[in-house]
Design a protein around this ligand. Sequence first.
Ligand SMILES: [Zn+2]
Length: 421
Amino acid sequence: MRTLLILLALSTASEPAPTQTPPVPPPAQARVPVPIPSEAAMRYYRSGVVLWFVGQAWLVFVPAVVLGTGLSARMRTLARKIGRSWFFTVGIFGVLYVALDGLLTMPLAYYAGYVRPHEYGLASAEYDLWQWLADEFKSLGVTASLAFVLLWLPALAIERLPRLWPFAVALGYVPIAFTLMFLAPLIVDPLFNSFGPMKDKALEARIVALADRAGIDGGQIFEIDKSKQTNTVNAYVKGFLGSKRIVLWDTLLKKLDDRQVLFVMGHEMGHYVLGHVVRTLLISTLGVLLLCLFLQTAGNALIGRYRHRWGFDRLSDPAALPLLLLLGNLFLVATSPIGMAYSRYQEHEADRFALELTHDNFAGASGFAALQRENLSNPRPGLLSKLWRSTHPPLGERIEFCNEYHPWETRGPLRYGSLFR
Ligand SMILES: [Zn+2]
């Protein structure tokens, strides 16, 4: 066997080096096999499943402890002492709770967000403990500010409309969510990374031409310096109206070739043109309504039973916030397969959009193979993992779809052909 290898090596070495002709790019319909995941990728996947269970349990455990020990009621009394008025009591309680939860969750966040990515080589080498801590405190600051500014709205609805508040909250959710969606890329995201125009102008010109064909006028494209935090690759669409943009991580631009980047952009343009962000928000309004109806029924029943132990007797008491969070997290775990299935559907349609726009099956499939390698993904997660944790179709399915979907070859109908220019 070894001799054979040496012979093979010698025979390839003796061939004339093809320095004159540049390598021929693979044709658009060249098939890409689903890569076999590395041993590290499988370890990362399995430990990720365990971490997911721990994370879910923690989301219920923390509010349960704060409730059961009567700490919540004592925090409300303290918030009232500092805030005096109802409005400030609610806001200050929210800030205190976010701070306490952040502190209790810090060890888990440290392992999941710092130790683990470094262990697997997924974090950038320059992303040190101080930078991680800075990011962590910034996001805690954002959450605490949001709690202070917004919490009084549902609290007021629960107080004034004890029966109808789930409907009021679901109605109020729509304008607030749209406002946050508009502001997030302008105010929050720049706290963590800098956003700039694409550096590769030739590639940018090709992307702009592709966007024009996809029917996008004046879309904004940003390059973001994610390499300071991570080695993984990604891109996303975010924002609303004037703040709507496609964002490319610089790591993706470094590790994917131009054809693969164009395919990824085609996918993001799919989300953009098909209005996925807005659709998700509108559909989630129904989820918010169901969640609130559940919180109302279960919350009132539990308060009826445990009010002496917990130290409050109404759902509108700020001290009931941990109860709402506990029940809310249970509701989300129970219903997340629905949201995940919808998300996977949108991602699949964005893949279809990219294929119909670029006709470059090879770029899509090989791009996903690169994504699998760089992000240590398992191309074929187990069924339960897919149902509960996968916002995207498994990479194995995405690669196979890229290999197989080319109706333009046989002049078949395109689903999104009418949208292209
Ligand atoms: Zn997507």
